[in-house]
Design a protein around this ligand. Structure first.
Ligand code: COA
Length: 475
């Protein structure tokens, strides 16, 4: 108020006065709406109808195979407009790998590229570079997982990108971070081996094992997605983009952190929760393979269930959680173990885990895995049936939540896929089919990049967006 009085009648001061009044009234309006002067008014639309979490974010998706596509598919489910750039005529190499329906994109490709648009561009052609430069200006994030140096060899250096669009976030998956292996090409199992997973997976009398879960590829893609969203968040404050790197070795190691924990615990003595302790076997100087031992403080093992002789998945993971030890003893018909000092405490049980699990297995073998699950859950014993992919595909509750989804595709027909595992009440994911190669080339040139009809014709005639003709290829 004092400012307004003082400035009355003077040109410059008048402007200041108007500004103050404007700010004040805005604050009051917002406060009225929210009871808070800083937050925007909540949407009046129903949940799930005011756009998605990443609506308005546009991604230049230069990814291929699995790790990068996992990341951009997740961002697409969360609402980003993902424009996948593919090599003309070929596309992402996975389109033609592990083909099950002749002439159709493979499941390998379709299951990693939902909700995206596809444009074909030869990134090494001058007209292709022209289109890419426009895409860089029109997008918020460039995601890539080429071999080290490939993006630079296309001329898409950080300096070039940042000059065209200082707000652009450039996110990469590489096999290794800076160091002796930074130039290496890497696939899933290489990462599992280099990230500590293989040396700690399997049985101690067998070789290292890789796991079926794609922790190197999909796991790193998930790490990258988090980095991208955080970079977008930071950009709100700084106004500038940044480089985001997720190395597959680092991603796998992050998921294996309990094994690095055990490596350090070895200095203090044997790892008592590993069954080799109970069996009186010595430990070496590195974290050993733990078989099916539980990674935490509650011992567990995989046990046979009824039908195991013919069904390779008739097993259950059984955890002898300390608080329900009494219930376990009652179930398996060993009530005296509840008070017998040889069994009554977790510490006393550690050297006898093998014997204990053999006894529990005598009981689980009399029931199916689903019966064991039902009986144990009633008394809060944590158990997990070993579900086959067939059982998962047929599980109605997973269909209901959209975790397993049926999608229709023009060339392959209906197929099952895994939907968005992240459920958000106001950003609901619909899974739409993966794009055909170059399906959206025209609409992206016209609607996103605003090229004129003349420019589009020039770019197309140059051959930058199409596969070389057979004679050209042969020449
Ligand atoms: N137009 C023209 N050229 C294109 C193109 C396009 N649209 N898209 C890709 N290319 C070119 C690249 O520029 C590169 O050429 P260059 O070697 O002359 O620079 C070439 O295609 C091959 O790319 P590259 O990434 O080396 O593919 P690859 O099939 O030889 O290797 C990987 C595949 C996965 C091993 C490798 O990309 C990699 O190590 N990526 C990082 C780690 C990773 O993500 N691994 C997991 C994959 S699931």
């Amino acid at each position: 108020m004092a400012t307004r009085k003082k400035s009355k009648g003077k040109g410059r001061a008048k402007a200041v006065s108007r500004k103050v009044v404007k700010l004040k009234s805005k604050g009051i309006a917002a406060k009225k709406a929210n009871g808070n002067g800083h937050l925007p008014r909540p949407s009046s639309k129903a949940w799930g109808q005011a756009g998605k979490a990443l609506t308005g974010v546009r991604i230049l998706d230069f990814t291929h195979v699995q790790s990068g596509p996992t990341c951009t598919q997740l961002l697409a489910w969360l609402g980003a407009d993902v424009i996948k750039v593919e090599r003309p005529g070929v596309g992402d190499i996975t389109r033609g790998q592990l083909v099950d329906v002749k002439g159709a994109d493979s499941l390998y490709f379709t299951m990693l590229n939902h909700n995206k648009r596809s444009i074909t561009i030869d990134s090494k052609h001058p007209q292709g570079k022209r289109v890419l430069d426009e895409l860089i200006k029109a997008c918020d994030v460039l995601v890539e997982n080429f071999a080290p140096g490939a993006l630079d060899r296309m001329g898409l250096t950080w300096e070039h990108i940042h000059k065209l669009n200082p707000r652009m976030i450039v996110a990469s998956v590489k096999g290794f971070g800076p160091g002796p292996y930074e130039d290496c090409k890497v696939y899933e199992n290489v990462a599992q081996c280099a990230g500590g997973s293989a040396s700690t997976t399997g049985f101690r009398d067998g070789p290292p094992l890789v796991t079926g879960a794609q922790i190197g590829d999909s796991g790193t893609g998930l790490h990258l997605a988090l980095g991208i969203v955080c970079a977008l968040f930071q950009r709100n404050r700084t106004g500038r983009g940044q480089k985001v790197l997720a190395a597959m070795q680092d991603g796998v190691l992050n998921l294996c952190r309990v094994k690095l924990r055990d490596q350090q615990r070895l200095k203090a003595g044997p790892l008592t929760e590993y069954s080799q302790f109970g069996e009186g076997l010595p430990f070496g100087d590195a974290t050993p393979r733990a078989g099916n031992d539980s990674g935490g403080g509650q011992p567990g093992w995989i046990l046979k269930c009824k039908g195991w002789e013919n069904d390779p998945d008739a097993y259950i993971y059984f955890i002898t959680q300390a608080p329900v030890w009494g219930e376990i003893c009652d179930l398996i018909g060993e009530p005296t173990w509840k008070t017998d000092p040889e069994y009554a405490t977790p510490r006393a049980r550690l050297p006898k885990l093998k014997k204990i699990f053999e006894r529990i297995e005598q009981w689980t073998m009399t029931r199916t895995k689903f019966e064991v699950m039902e009986i144990c859950n009633k008394v809060d014993i944590p158990v997990g049936p070993i579900l086959s992919m067939k059982e998962i595909a047929e599980e109605p509750s997973l269909r209901k939540t959209g975790t397993v989804v049926e999608v229709d595709h023009p060339t392959r027909g209906k197929y099952l896929t895994v939907g968005n595992p992240i459920k958000m009440s106001d950003s609901i994911s619909e899974v739409t089919r993966s794009p055909l190669l170059g399906e959206h080339t025209d609409e992206i040139l016209k609607d996103v990049l605003k090229f004129s009809a003349k420019d589009i014709a020039e770019i197309k005639n140059s051959g930058a967006l199409s596969a070389p003709k057979k004679e050209e290829k042969a020449a």
